[in-house]
Design a protein around this ligand. Structure first.
Ligand SMILES: O=C(O)CCC(=O)C(=O)O
Length: 289
């Protein structure tokens, strides 16, 4: 589903928006099934103490970086309506898809309660520039239903935190708990928020519950003091090649892969990149070599 202009205005003004039914049913169902290639199904997790151990080390132990073994998951990062929203929100088609993570949480694995924080701490070396259109768009795609019981994200609308200076990256635990909104929704819901918005992860309120989300973040390409990961550093992952081969040239370029009109392409690079990525259709690059 296309994110509306009203919803994007909400992100600018209130700091976040929720888009129910964002992912179409077929894509969602395939991604949900593919989750079990990466994470234990909840019933397996809760039945086996040995499986449980790996998720108890910290609240971040259930984070898995892109790319994944299944296209049904990888394709969510470049879901056309998501790229469209980022293009409109960031005000440019020259986008940098600067982070993709899958995150599984299981009730009781660890303490998931967080203090309110602003994500810019590890998305930029400096602080968000209020008067700039170079805005980072951060998102959570809910891959299973998230209720009040399922460790939902809690978020503080911008108008309720306007007296807290931007430089305060984290607040003492509990400070604005009475001002926060709980982000619940059906599977397929998209949460869009900005890196200056106070929010936090929270604990499960029921036993045998779990939460599965994908985090996908975009920014205009170009500011070297913002970002999160160097994709070239992930290019030796066994899943990187098949993922790049499955993408269109435009989708690849979101990761920094040279666009068809880049001066990088000549006869040699078209030939050798084609050898590095067997099965990749090189015709768009060839045309400009
Ligand atoms: O998992 C969540 O709902 C939020 C987590 C979060 O904000 C963080 O770890 O920075």
């Amino acid at each position: 589903m296309k994110v509306s202009d009203v919803q994007l205005s909400e992100v600018r003004e209130r700091g976040y928006t929720l888009v129910p039914d964002f992912i179409d049913q077929q894509t969602l169902a395939a991604a949900q099934e593919a989750l079990w290639e990466v994470f234990p199904r909840p019933e397996v997790y809760f039945a086996d103490p040995a499986v449980r151990q790996q998720f108890s080390k910290s609240q971040f132990a259930g984070l898995r970086m892109f790319p994944y073994p299944v296209w049904a998951l990888n394709r969510l990062a470049v879901y056309p309506d998501l790229v469209d929203a980022a293009t409109r929100f960031c005000g440019t088609g020259d986008l940098d898809l600067y982070k993709v993570e899958l995150w599984a949480k299981y009730a009781g694995a660890t303490d998931y309660d967080q203090a309110h924080h602003r994500d810019y701490g590890n998305h930029t070396m400096v602080v968000p520039k209020v008067a700039s259109s170079h805005v980072q768009m951060t998102t959570f795609i809910l891959l299973r239903d998230v209720t009040e019981l399922d460790g939902p994200t809690k978020i503080v609308p911008l108008d309720r935190s306007k007296d807290i200076p931007l430089a305060r990256r984290e607040l003492p635990m509990g400070t604005l708990f009475d001002q926060e909104i709980t982000v619940t929704g059906k599977a397929g819901t998209l949460l869009i928020y900005k890196t200056d918005v106070l929010h936090r992860g929270s604990n499960f309120l029921g036993a045998d519950r779990s939460r599965f989300v994908m985090l996908v973040d975009f920014q205009p390409r170009g500011w070297q003091w913002t970002g999160k990961m160097a994709w070239a550093n992930h290019a030796l992952s066994p899943h990187w090649g098949p993922t790049m081969v499955s993408m269109t040239p435009q989708e690849r370029s979101l990761f920094g892969f040279p666009a068809p009109d880049s001066e990088y392409w000549d006869d040699q690079t078209v030939r050798d990149v084609g050898l590095r990525y067997p099965g990749m259709d090189m015709s768009a690059y060839e045309a400009n070599a």
